[in-house]
Design a protein. Structure first.
Length: 277
């Protein structure tokens, strides 16, 4: 059996009784970083008698066969450095292979940076989307934000402290300066902090170069009536975007996505308006 176990995301006191029990009793443990696991065990006062395997993004595919052979006859505990394995952490490839091989998979739930940041954000929690780590390159980040522009769900991202300011400014170019958001850092640790405000306010705050592990939560799009493609302001916006150097098709695509209207209908409306001039 594979046992996926959540580990503390900062505060050792959050370790569950089941996690502590299994750390001290299983014969095999697959860990994202065995050094981190040993440090965790020492902090919890647990003596590890298990055989340890490293399981990270660079060797997971190679480890699958070996670990599944063991899991067919013995329990294998799977842990990441913090939080739940498979969630922006190693383990997904192993779990998928285990299911295909008929190996039972179970879970020991526990701390979650995603749910913790969402819970303290003050933003809607009934529907949300976790998007993992934001892309490193600005162009890729903006494309991702553009895909999510009209998504009504609360959006959750992981980001590094040295990129959070630029990511917030990239978000402003797509979502607008006034979209509500929060930045949580060092969750469950001594210097835990959650900053709430508009994207513009958070970008200014991020100029202070915050440290620690960061979770960015952005409010979903507000429901709105579709814009009229023949609206003069909408047509003027296309021409304004066009003046920045984009082609007409690119300009129409950008404005159509922003206002949730049909690209083809808006394109035709622009052509009709030009013909009347």
């Amino acid at each position: 059996m594979l046992i996926l176990a959540a580990t503390p995301i900062g505060n050792l006191s959050d370790a569950s009784a089941r996690l502590i029990e299994h750390l001290g009793s299983v014969k095999y443990i697959a860990a994202e970083d065995t050094r981190t696991l040993l440090k965790l065990a020492r902090g919890l006062g647990v003596k590890l008698d298990a055989k340890l395997f490293s399981l990270h993004e660079h060797n997971e595919a190679e480890r699958v066969t070996q670990l599944l052979e063991i899991a067919l006859i013995e329990d294998v505990l799977v842990v990441s450095d913090a939080g739940m394995p498979t969630v922006s952490d190693p383990g997904f490839v192993l779990v998928r292979a285990a299911i295909e091989a008929g190996v039972e998979v179970t879970v020991i739930p526990g701390p979650s940076a995603v749910l913790s940041a969402l819970a303290v954000s003050g933003l809607p929690t009934d529907r949300f989307s976790f998007e993992g780590f934001l892309p490193r390159k600005a162009g890729d980040r903006k494309r991702l934000f553009q895909e999510l522009l009209t998504d009504p769900r609360t959006l959750i991202f992981f980001e590094s402290p040295h990129r959070i300011e630029q990511s917030l400014r990239d978000a402003i170019t797509v979502f607008g300066a006034d979209r509500r958001a929060t930045v949580s850092r060092e969750l469950t640790k001594k210097f835990e902090q959650t900053v709430r405000g508009t994207l513009s306010e958070l970008a200014t705050w991020a100029e202070t170069e915050p440290r620690g592990e960061i979770v960015l939560v952005i409010a979903g799009a507000e429901p709105s009536e579709p814009a009229d493609v023949n609206d003069s302001d909408l047509l003027a916006e296309v021409e304004s975007v066009r003046s920045s150097g984009l082609s007409l098709k690119q300009s129409v695509a950008e404005v159509a996505a922003k206002h949730s209207v049909s690209k083809s209908e808006l394109y035709q409306a622009v052509l009709d308006a030009r013909a009347k001039d």
